[in-house]
Design a protein around this ligand. Sequence first.
Ligand SMILES: Nc1ncnc2c1ncn2[C@@H]1O[C@H](COP(=O)(O)OP(=O)(O)OP(=O)(O)O)[C@@H](O)[C@H]1O
Length: 271
Amino acid sequence: MPSISGGDQDQLESGENMERDESKLKVLNFNSHFGEKQILYDISLGIPDNRVTAIIGPSGCGKSTLLRSINRMNDFIENFSISGEIIFENQNIYGEEVDPVELRQKIGMVFQRPNPFPKSIFENIAYGLRVQGWKDRHAIAEQVEKSLRAAALWDEVKDRLNSLAFDLSGGQQQRLCIARAIAVEPEILLMDEPASALDPIATARIEELIKDLKEKYTIVIVTHNMQEAARTSDYTAFLLLGRLIEYGLTDQIFTNPQKKETEEYLTGRFG
Ligand SMILES: Nc1ncnc2c1ncn2[C@@H]1O[C@H](COP(=O)(O)OP(=O)(O)OP(=O)(O)O)[C@@H](O)[C@H]1O
């Protein structure tokens, strides 16, 4: 099997390396194109289970493309093509036998802007459960409550579950979207700049939530915000022009980057 470590990983403790090699989610020699234009070049990385992995890098370097490849969201774009593999639970997610709809239930996504459905708070969560085949009203109500609690929103909304989701603040709407994503009990949660549209207080709540959620989920987060990556993630992957320049423990990447490009980016010399 090809190495799944990016950059100079030798300095990492062997235990941490093992943790990644044994992880359920691995990107292997992954390339992607939009039409003729190559966006990602030979990306290989293992995403450790029950950890937060941040993908950072300058605008346009391919962060979202990589993230959206992990649950086949780019399939919706006509001229998108890939080579290489993304392995999830020992299966290439781009294999013919994989149903992308089922895959997205296991690998959920939270987007940059909160995007609740034009429905009540309750229905925003119950809807996905019904699509999954849940019928028992009591069980649905229990799962709605459980998800809202896990997303640290229950206390704020328990008395107005039938209000429109749009009546919530931006930060509450984003936590509702997180509750919606976790209600269907995914394994992996992908987050594309989940706090970038929020004020500092709402951002802090989302960051706290991310730290809590990793006990149960493996989280991959794309962020422009270096402080946010440093505060929330255990591992950081630095992309530049579609290539993985360095990947390792967040503390190490931020305090002692091994590559000149990483250091220049982190110190604000470009990007
Ligand atoms: N649907 C598309 N069709 C063609 N090119 C695209 C499409 N989506 C993205 N791209 C191109 O792919 C490249 C990578 O975009 P991507 O959104 O992955 O970068 P990013 O690192 O997430 O950027 P940002 O930080 O600005 O969101 C960019 O050059 C972008 O223009």
